[in-house]
Every structure is written in C-alpha cells, then in structure tokens.
Design a protein around this ligand. Structure first.
Ligand code: IMO
Ligand code: MG
Length: 421
C-alpha cells in the first residue's frame, strides 16, 4: 500500500504559524519536506521551554527519528544552512543524521544577495520589501537556466562555474550602480560548501517517491499563498510557487500522491514588506494586534503590518489550494477585544464582490461583519467543549463562509497549546 504526502501551507501573506503546526504534526509524520522558498522563511518553534527559528531546514528537525528533506524547489544558502545547523546542534540534535538535501535545489550565491539589494535599491519606491536573502535573483537564474545547483558542488569544474556566474552577477550589479565588494562573503560561502558535502545529497524525487511506497510524509510550505508568484499580489510577491502546485514541482511527486491539504491562517492578517493589503489597519487596533501578537519579523525583525481577517482573500487561497482542513492560529490574541471584525466582501468601484480583483492595489473598501468578543483568556483551554459560545459562533461562521472545517485551533505558541477537533 502506498502512502500520501500531506501538505501544510500558509493561506495569507506568510507568518501564519507554519513552524509550530509542522512541529506539532511532525510527531505523526516520520518525514517532513520543504518544497519551495529558502532562508526568507522563518518558522518559529516553541517546545519544552525552548524557542527556535528554522530557515531552510524543515520544522520536523526536533522530532526524534525524523527525516527532513530540503527539496529541489528550494533555493539553498549554504552559509545560512551552516549557521542553522550549529544552532540546532547546541540543542543536542545532529542535523547531519536527519537532513537530506536535493541535488537539484539551486544555490544562493553571495552575489545573489547583493543583486537582491542592488535591485531593491534601484527600485526606489517600487521596492518589494524583500528579505534580501537572494531569493528573487536565484530563482531568476534558475528560470533563465544559468543557475548552479547543490549537485554541482561535487563537479570538478564547480569553481569555474561559480566564477562564471559571479562575473555575470558583477556585471549586473555594476549596471545597477550599486556599490559593494562582490568577494566579501565568498570565503565563508566556499567554506560552507565544504560543510554541506558531509550531508546526504539526494535525488529527491526518487527518495520521496520510494518513501511514499510505505510511509507518509508532510510537505511544509514557506511564505503564504498571497505571496505566490502567480496568484499573489504581483509584483509584491516572492519568486516561488507557494501554492499547492509547488509541492509537485518542488519535490517531484504527482498530484495523485497528495493527501490532506492543511491550510493555515491567523485569526487576523499580517504582512511584511510592501504591497497591497486591503484590510490593513493604520489605527490603534492595528498597533494593538501587533503588540499582542508580537508581530515582528522572525527573519528581519521588521514590524509587521496588521489588519482584520480577510475572508475574501482567504476563500480565494482555500480554492487555489484545494484545502481539506483549516488550521486557525492566534485567535487567543483576540481574547481581549470587545468586538472582532472579519472582511466578508470588497467594494470596488461602488460594487460589492466576494472575488479577488485582478489588481488589489486599486482602491478596495473592505466590508466587515462584526462579532461579539468572547472576552475570556483562551490560552489554557485544551478541550473544545470549554470554548465560549461567542467563539463557537465565530468559528461556525468562518467554516460556512469558507466551506472547509477548521480542524485545528492553536491557542498559544507552545506545542501543547493546540486543540484538535
Ligand atoms: P515565512 O515562511 C512573510 C515577503 C517579504 C517581501 C516578499 C518578497 O516565514 O512565512 P523575498 O525575500 O521572498 O524576495 O521577499 O515576500 N516574505 C515573507 N513574508 N513570511 C515569509 O516567510 C516571507 N518570505 C518572504 O517580506 O514582502
Ligand atoms: Mg516568517
């Protein structure tokens, strides 16, 4: 009997709490795989009084006996990876025994990062607000067929190929009139490449498919569906397919192999970086959400923009991903609110719609439905039957609007603060 690959992916603009949920679910999946993105991700885990942020390594890493795969859809920075490994080792886990890297994952060079910075600087007010980890330039090289892949580090002419790509990048950086020292981080990068050679570099597609012959796997999305290169708020997006199709291309699995699709969302919305955000709040409610939810970037420390939950956008991403199970995060952050709003339609050019317009940068007036707050501390609740009736009504409304059950409710950052329904 063959098994399925279940998927956890973010339904908003990232930072939904994927790390925590993958860590919780990883107890049931002997293997976890990242299929896209790179160290622009920052997935926070909290367990046994410890906290940790993973970047490229799947969030299953702290589960005993887990296998953690960095798939070919990922862009891989050896320097960040090495740092991440040494932090993990401090917690008594040996990544070398538990992490596999796809040979077909593309390498982020030091000059990719510089190019990221150069193009953001040149974009002025139109900048994306990138995490500056070199994500966009690396995927650009992949699609343009100039990229270097993890498997190439074993080739005898690796250094020459590196130099060739670097020279190309330097040309582009000069064209953008960006001042920097292109060789600055090269020695550390080459050192990190040697470090990576100790790991199992695999043909991920063979590994994943043969694993699925007998055991299940969990795919861990990074970023969120509203940052998807095709369906997100383009051009203010990341450069990968964060939606369900990314699982197939990023790991080499067929759609028929995909089982459950867990879609994860916060009970409100956040966004880091530039780009449209219809329900953004610029008032003290927004600031209150930021403070209560500790909404500061796990990677960059930037304050996150905050706003009410946007069900129009959420229903769109539920549809795109064929979500089978919803996971709601951080509703405990709303415990103190007298009333809670959710956006249930948009007013565009005076007309009301429940569909996402082509250009969400154009003026949109969110139309809200208001709910009475439950005004109770829910962080200690572990039994579904102890949830207040106001909370139940709020959940019921969302399930009916979205047409998918909310199977997991998270009421705090810790592994244990989770209710399964
Ligand atoms: P996790 O996995 C939130 C945002 C950046 C920027 C845009 C493009 O932790 O949810 P990039 O560096 O990818 O070129 O930046 O995407 N962004 C994220 N926002 N969470 C993330 O990851 C993100 N990764 C990228 O802020 O607006
Ligand atoms: Mg994050």
């Amino acid at each position: 009997m063959s098994s399925k690959i279940d998927v956890v992916l973010g339904l908003q603009w990232g930072d939904e709490g994927k790390g925590k949920i993958v860590d919780v679910l990883a107890g049931r999946y002997p293997a976890v795989a990242r299929f896209q993105g790179g160290p622009n991700a920052g997935h926070s885990l909290h367990f046994d009084g410890k906290s940790f942020v993973v970047r490229s390594i799947p969030s299953g890493i702290f589960r005993e006996g887990s296998v953690n795969i960095i798939g070919n859809g990922v862009v891989f920075d050896p320097v960040t990876f090495r740092e991440e490994c040494s932090q993990i080792e401090k917690l008594g886990v040996t990544p070398k025994d538990k992490v596999l890297i796809s040979k077909k994952a593309h390498l982020i060079l030091p000059t990719h990062r510089l190019l990221d910075a150069a193009s953001e600087a040149a974009a002025g007010r139109g900048k994306i607000g990138s995490t500056l980890k070199g994500i966009g330039p690396t995927y650009t090289d992949k699609i343009a067929r100039h990229g270097l892949r993890v498997g190439d580090i074993l080739a005898p002419d690796f250094k020459e190929r590196f130099e060739k790509l670097k020279a190309r990048h330097i040309q582009m950086i000069n064209d953008l009139h960006y001042e920097c020292d292109p060789s600055k981080d090269e020695a550390a990068w080459m050192d990190a490449i040697e470090f990576v050679k100790q790991f199992k570099l695999v043909d991920c597609e063979y590994f994943v498919n043969s694993w699925l012959e007998s055991k299940p796997m969990l795919a861990e999305g990074a970023q969120g569906s509203m940052l998807d290169v095709d369906y997100g708020s383009y051009p203010f997006v990341t450069s990968s397919s964060t939606t369900i199709g990314g699982v197939c291309t990023g790991l080499g699995v067929a759609p028929s192999r995909v089982g459950k699709v867990y879609g994860i969302f916060k009970a409100y919305c956040t966004r880091v970086g530039s780009g449209p955000f219809p329900t953004e709040l610029f008032d003290e409610t927004g600031e209150r959400l930021r403070q209560i939810g500790h909404e500061y970037g796990a990677v960059t420390g930037r304050p996150r923009r905050c706003g009410w939950l946007d069900l129009v956008a959420l229903r769109y991403t539920v549809m795109l991903n064929g979500v089978t199970d919803l996971i709601m995060m951080k509703s405990d952050c709303l415990d103190d609110f007298d009333s809670i709003k959710v956006c249930t339609s948009y007013k565009v050019d005076g007309k009301e719609t429940k569909e996402l317009p082509y250009d969400i940068s154009a003026p949109i007036e969110p139309v809200y439905t208001e709910f009475k707050g439950w005004k109770r501390d829910l962080t200690g609740v572990r039994d579904e039957n102890e949830l207040p009736k106001e909370f139940e009504e709020y959940i019921k409304f969302m399930e009916s609007y979205l047409g998918v059950p909310i199977s997991i409710i998270s009421l705090g950052p810790d592994r244990d603060a989770t209710i399964e329904r």
